[in-house]
Design a protein around this ligand. Structure first.
Ligand code: MSP
Length: 629
């Protein structure tokens, strides 16, 4: 059995966890669950980083000791992880004795190996980043670029770690191990940072009392980052060289946001090199979640209403949305309306309806799961696609492409929907076609069983519900085709994702903008002069192609007569690229360009959009570029 050790950052418990923390933890959870599914022995570590100055200050503000404050906040993380179905093996606290002793032992090793020395430090420091800023990183205003807070001038006698000594080894390691840092863009950032030269880092603070004392000089406390990074080994039992430590170190994946990849990909490996310990295999720095394009910030009131959205859509929809919507390495703007759309389209419609439909047909026509007795069109294709989906999923998980992983599974879901449609299975209830009906329903249910296994790392509650409804009493993790027992009694099938009314997507309170409502009323009638501002024109579609990772969008090149343009249109579910080429359409030619899924759209195609989407066109062809009024 292989082992798999995955970690999240330990989060600062200066306040309760937010959606950004949840995002990282959900991603790590998917990896942990995926590897358990594959039969690997998994250790999944998460926890809190308690000895931070921001924790100390937050405690002071409410008149609590830092320890009492941490004791109050740390459980709020555990509570959220429970709500989000996080399957961590260890929730670690850095105020634990195991960590304190482990961190001190680690520092002693660095000291004894000659990589820690005493010197003087002065510079600007961000209390939230817990980091000094070098001259070249400073702005005139001396503001932290991440937290937008004033930097503080610190001057003190410090211990230093010889980070510079490891520059060449780090460079070589990153060059020789192209998959050490994910995604590649982050790796390039690190390489250019490394090439500009590393300086030794100060690793002690004499001015602070909240922290772990230096083992060989108790006047100083260990710099938070040195202490925090060591949690990845102290939590396993580094101090006593425990069985768990020997089993799981080095880590397979350190998962985190892009903000702290540098600490993990440079400082941490250098510390491990200095202690002669093996390096983690992958450092994964994902993009940030933003709200209306801005970084989440408690102080600035920019937050995601996780609680409200989970209450409305359920935890699985929340997890699904976060991992399906955004390309993992890039920032992603959290939009409740998109969560709503994904819930109804992908979960309620594609998956929920499919299950319901198939179960309904089994119930109506058979006593339990029917036997596959015939062979017919598409059956082999479905079986082959099940295996291809399993393989592609594995490849995507290996590169931390969670969105592509889910899309791969959903392509299979949609294929089964088409299979049900193509075979018109509901028309086959007559005695002579009933064996065929049985085979098609068996094939569909078996596909759904395999789908339930594949989605289980992402949305485990849903996976279990599907298997329950199919009639399996214990969760079956096998992915080989044919594992579904014939004859088991399927349930009536309560919708696993009851549709949520499209007309009333729940808006979190903070988002309700009364001003907008007023505006809506007055924009009911449009002045003729305003209407005239629109430049509507006849255009011809030259090419159409799908956009990777965006299953509803197509990229169109159009001819406007005077020029050619590129547009993005949300019509992929209603038109194939082939049927669009050559069509005349009406476009808004003077719309501000927008970038949709990294593709620029210079205008908009008009279409009737209700349950179906139908392109607006002219009753007869006209020269391209003709104005439409
Ligand atoms: N305590 C350090 C980490 C030490 S690890 C040895 C720390 N803590 S933190 O509370 O600030 O959490 C940082 C992590 O939270 C980020 O790396 C990221 O994983 C997550 N996120 C915080 N804000 C985020 C977003 N807006 N979006 C996505 N994730 C973000 O740094």
């Amino acid at each position: 059995m292989s082992t798999f050790y995955v970690t999240t950052p330990i989060y600062y418990p200066n306040s309760e966890p937010h959606a950004g923390n949840a995002y990282t933890t959900i991603a790590a959870d998917v990896l942990a669950r995926y590897h358990r599914l594959k039969g690997n022995e998994v250790c999944f570590l998460t926890g809190v980083d308690e000895h931070a100055a921001n924790v100390y200050n937050a405690a002071k503000e409410v008149g609590l000791s830092p320890q009492a404050y941490c004791d109050k906040i740390a459980p709020t993380f555990v509570k959220l992880w429970e709500r989000l179905n996080i399957s961590h093996d260890i929730f670690f606290r850095t105020t634990s004795d195991v960590h304190k002793r482990g961190a001190q032992k680690f520092l002693n090793v660095l000291y004894n190996n000659g990589d820690v020395y005493k010197g003087k430090y002065e510079g600007y420091y961000c209390l939230s980043c817990e980091e000094f800023f070098s001259e070249k990183e400073l702005t005139d205003e001396k503001i932290c670029p991440v937290h937008k807070l004033p930097l503080q001038w610190l001057e003190e006698e410090n211990y230093f770690f010889r980070l510079s000594k490891y520059q060449d080894r780090l460079l070589a390691h990153i060059h020789e191990n192209p998959d050490f840092v994910y995604p590649p863009a982050r790796r390039n950032e690190l390489l250019s940072f490394l090439e500009s030269g590393l300086q030794d880092v100060s690793i002690s603070r004499a001015s602070l009392s909240w922290g772990i004392p230096f083992p060989f000089d108790p006047e100083h406390i260990i710099y938070i980052w040195i202490e925090a990074l060591s949690n990845y080994i102290t939590a396993l039992g580094y101090e006593t060289d425990s069985e768990q430590y020997r089993t799981f170190w080095p880590a397979d994946v350190h998962m985190m946001g892009k903000d702290i990849t540098r600490f993990h990909a440079l400082l941490w490996p250098a510390m491990l090199m200095a202690a002669d310990l093996p390096l983690p295999k992958h450092i994964v720095g994902h993009g940030w979640l933003t709200k209306d394009g801005e970084a989440l910030s408690k102080t600035r009131g920019i937050f995601i209403d996780m609680d409200g959205d989970i209450t409305t859509y359920g935890v699985d929809a929340f997890r699904y949305y976060l991992l399906r919507e955004f390309s993992f390495g890039n920032d992603g703007d959290y939009r409740p309306a998109r969560l709503h759309a994904r819930y109804n389209a992908d979960l309620a419609n594609d998956l929920g309806n499919l299950l319901n439909r198939v179960l309904g047909l089994v119930n109506k026509n058979f006593e339990g799961v029917p036997a596959p007795t015939t062979s017919g069109e598409f059956d082999d294709e479905i079986k082959a696609m099940a295996q291809a989906t399993i393989d592609q999923l594995d490849a995507h998980i290996k590169t931390f492409a969670f969105d592509a992983a889910l899309e791969t599974i959903w392509e299979f879901v949609r294929r089964i929907n088409r299979y049900v449609q193509q075979t018109q299975v509901w028309t086959l209830a007559k005695p002579e076609t009933k064996p065929r009906m049985g085979t098609i329903l068996y094939t569909s249910l078996e596909a759904l069983r395999i789908i339930s296994v594949l989605i289980s790392p992402f949305i485990s509650d849903t996976a279990e519900k599907i298997q329950n409804q199919i009639g399996l009493t214990e969760f079956d993790t096998a992915t080989a085709w044919g594992g579904l027992p014939v004859g088991i009694k399927v349930s009536r099938g309560e919708p696993i994702f009851p549709r949520i009314d499209t007309k009333k997507p729940k808006q979190p309170k903070a988002e309700a903008k009364p001003k907008k409502k007023a505006e809506k009323k007055t924009t009911h009638l449009v002045a003729f002069a305003d209407f005239q501002k629109l430049d509507l024109r006849v255009a011809k579609i030259l090419t159409a192609e799908s956009i990777e990772g965006a299953d509803r969008l197509l990229k169109l090149q159009i001819d406007l007569g005077t020029e050619k343009r590129q547009l993005v249109a949300g019509i992929a579910e209603h038109y194939t690229p082939e049927e669009l080429v050559g069509k005349q359409v009406i476009v808004v030619a003077n719309l501000e360009p927008a970038t949709i899924r990294n593709v620029e759209s210079q205008g908009m195609v008009l279409a009737g959009s209700g349950d179906a989407v139908v392109l607006a066109t002219l009753e007869k062809e006209m020269p391209v570029g003709t104005q439409v009024r």
